[in-house]
Design a protein around this ligand. Structure first.
Ligand SMILES: Cc1ncc(COP(=O)(O)O)c(C=O)c1O
Length: 397
């Protein structure tokens, strides 16, 4: 059989990240600084166990039957309340749909707003599965350079002017994946104004927003949204459990109505058992204490990795100093290619994700790469950075 695939899926190539992950899977002795997972110690296993027992005792059928596409009503309310209290999001003019991980929202939003060939602008670099989601919806995805304050305004204006039918701007303003950096307040305001002026919807993706371990919170773009142009994408993966696959979208009601229809044709509804678990946790447990604890875990690991980098790495390599989230972003000197370097480093025993994996055009060489500090133990962070430092010395020779 000669299979002919759709144009949408044919436009997406397997990412370089897969090659590195395959090497890690084939050789468990490689130290992986490459995942995007939360720390194992950050998952409240005992509490989740208790909640599961309670659900089986008190309402097993409700948790094991079909449920509503828009999500478990109590969790929708809990989510709205938290978005209002923590992120200043207006509960009156917005609604919430519960999704299968934050990932599903990154598919549903372009699916309901973007026609084939319309342009979606994203940061460059950006979250690889976000880029894939936009491309599989048929979007012309265009990456726009970043600086220390976030997406560059001059380059964004240029892309809006020159690209065809720009419909959506996909941003990860807080503890960006992969850079770990955060967009300044002024840049958020400027980007918002520009999008209002040009009728562009902003998709604000904020899965790491609760993981600040240093500095002051910066308001979400959604909290400034008086015009109804921001779709907020959230997730319970990084604050509770990634395997439960529970996320949400918060947006003006007409957009949520369309997303409910699209989700019905996708997966009918998200896992109802785990929606109840999430709701019970947020209603009946000390969520603030839990968040304080996981912030502490990430601060400790991030600082430890930064100390190791200071101690072992050649000063020609630079790296970011995140205030939250799970990642930092290292750069080899200009002209070097981190994909080639990642292959050589994996052969020596340490894996990380080369920067090209996060680019819309992933065949261009990129000197930067992403390191994850949430998953490895401190012992492995130190061993991994020592191997990385040796690999750098050989590579830059
Ligand atoms: C920026 C960003 N958005 C969305 C997601 C999706 O998260 P999940 O589907 O696990 O909720 C991730 C996961 O790593 C992410 O980094």
């Amino acid at each position: 059989m000669n299979y002919t695939f759709s144009d949408n899926i044919s436009s997406v190539k397997p990412s370089a990240i897969r090659e590195i992950l395959k090497m890690v899977a084939a050789n468990p002795s490689i130290i992986s600084l490459s995942t995007g997972s939360p720390s194992n110690e950050a998952i409240p296993v005992e509490e989740i166990h208790e909640i599961c027992e309670k659900i089986f005792r008190e309402r097993p059928i409700e948790a094991l039957q079909y449920s509503m596409t828009e999500g478990y009503p109590a969790l929708r309310e809990t989510t709205k309340k938290r978005l209002h209290e923590v992120f200043g999001i207006d509960p009156e003019n917005n609604d919430v749909i519960i999704t299968t991980g934050g990932q599903q929202g990154l598919y549903l939003t372009p699916e309901v707003l973007v026609n084939r060939g319309d342009t979606v602008i994203c940061e460059s670099p950006s979250f690889v599965s976000g880029i894939i989601a936009m491309k599989t919806c048929g979007a012309n995805v265009v990456g726009v350079e970043m600086d220390d304050e976030g997406i560059r305004l001059d380059k964004l204006e240029e892309a809006i002017r020159t690209e065809k039918n720009v419909k959506l701007l996909y941003l990860i303003p807080t503890f960006q994946n992969p850079r770990g950096s955060t967009m300044s307040l002024q840049r958020r305001k400027d980007v918002y104004e520009l999008c209002v002026k040009n009728n562009i919807i902003i998709l604000e993706d904020n899965p790491y927003g609760e993981l600040r371990f240093r500095g002051e919170d910066i308001p979400t773009i959604k909290s400034m949204d008086t015009e109804g142009i921001v779709v907020y994408n959230g997730s319970y993966s990084k604050v509770l459990s990634a395997g439960m696959r529970i996320g949400f979208v918060c947006a003006p009601k007409p957009i949520i109505q369309k997303e409910i229809i699209a989700k019905q044709g996708g997966d009918c509804h998200s896992n109802i058992f785990f929606q109840i678990v999430v709701d019970e946790f947020f209603r009946h447990y000390d969520v603030d204490a839990h968040i304080r604890k996981i912030r502490g875990i990430y601060r400790d690991k991030c600082d430890f990795m930064l100390d190791c980098l200071d101690k072992y790495l050649d000063k020609r390599v630079t790296w970011t100093h995140p205030d939250g989230g799970l990642f930092l972003w290292c750069s080899l000197p200009e002209g070097y290619d981190s994909l080639d370097f990642a292959r050589k480093a994996a052969e020596k025993g340490v894996a990380f994700v080369p920067g090209c994996s996060f680019m819309v055009k992933d065949d261009e060489p990129c000197p930067a790469f992403r390191l994850n500090y949430s998953t490895p133990s401190k012992e492995n962070i130190e061993r991994g950075i020592k191997i990385l430092a040796e690999a750098v010395d050989e590579y830059l020779k």
